[in-house]
Design a protein around this ligand. Structure first.
Ligand SMILES: O=C(O)CCC(=O)C(=O)O
Ligand SMILES: [Fe+2]
Length: 256
């Protein structure tokens, strides 16, 4: 399959894609995927065996690469259709000499989203997300102190849902702390790291339409216009990360 990702990953100057006017560091790469690649990945997601899906109230997901856990992840090989992209993204040099080993597939129909949360400490603090099928708006909120402390991420084994910690119930509503947003177009790659990874919550509001406003930090990189209203359709995201501690062997995850 032809891919512009070859051009992008060999000697890419990520600085060209930096989202300015936000804290360090976000990169937004429009058209990272060709339309053919997007269609192929969407098909692969749909072809996954039914039991691979976990249905939540506001989205459904597939977990690939093993179940992340604070004690470590029993790594499983990624299927080749995901390994190709994990390797390409690995070549961007975002994970040191490592290649991401974990992929979370989230599917949102129009009107679905994800609560503001921080991604837990089981992951290397860089998130890379491929966006398929529809745009969405990813919102960032400033954190309260206890939301970023290591203990705020204490997690029990069950699955990745518990690794991504929702915000605790606080007097201050997240909407008061909305800092900025990103418009994520289909076929784009977004990279979130450093202070934005640790110091902000991220979430997707459960709405069917997004009105493009001055909070969209990557607006010039998206071709969207202020005041434009974009109708959401079904979006699939592939969140490609590196689980830091891995084991090839089973360990007793139920022991505390
Ligand atoms: O769908 C997205 O882009 C966000 C997913 C996310 O935040 C997560 O899985 O931790
Ligand atoms: Fe997340």
């Amino acid at each position: 399959m032809e891919s512009n990702a070859v051009f992008l990953t060999e000697n890419v100057d990520l600085e060209l894609y930096r989202v300015k006017s936000v804290p360090n560091t976000i990169y937004y790469i429009p058209d990272f995927l060709l339309a053919d690649e997007e269609a192929y990945l969407l098909q692969k997601v749909q072809d996954a065996p039914k039991p691979k899906w976990t249905q939540l109230t506001n989205r459904r997901l597939q977990n690939w690469g093993g179940h992340p856990h604070v004690k470590g992840m029993i790594a499983e090989d990624l299927p080749s259709w995901l390994q190709v992209y994990a390797s390409k993204i690995g070549k961007l040099g975002l994970f040191g000499d490592k290649v991401p080993n974990h992929v979370l597939v989230n599917e949102y129909v129009a009107g679905q989203g994800i609560m503001p949360h921080v991604d837990g400490p089981v992951f290397f603090p860089t998130i890379t997300t491929l966006n398929l099928g529809s745009h969405t708006v990813l919102d960032f909120y400033t954190t309260l102190k206890d939301e970023v402390s290591p203990t705020a991420h204490a997690t029990s084994f069950s699955d990745v849902i518990e690794v991504d910690q929702p915000i605790p119930d606080e007097q201050s509503q997240p909407s008061d702390r909305h800092a900025f947003s990103l418009l994520l177009r289909p076929r784009s790659l977004v990279i979130i790291k450093d202070d934005v990874y640790t110091g902000y919550l991220h979430g997707i509001r459960e709405v069917r339409n997004d009105t493009i406003d001055g909070k969209i930090a990557n607006l010039p990189q998206t071709g969207a216009a202020l005041g434009e209203i974009l109708a959401r359709e079904t979006r699939v995201s592939l969140t490609i990360r590196l689980a830091q501690k891995t084991s090839k062997f089973k360990f007793n995850v139920f022991r505390t």
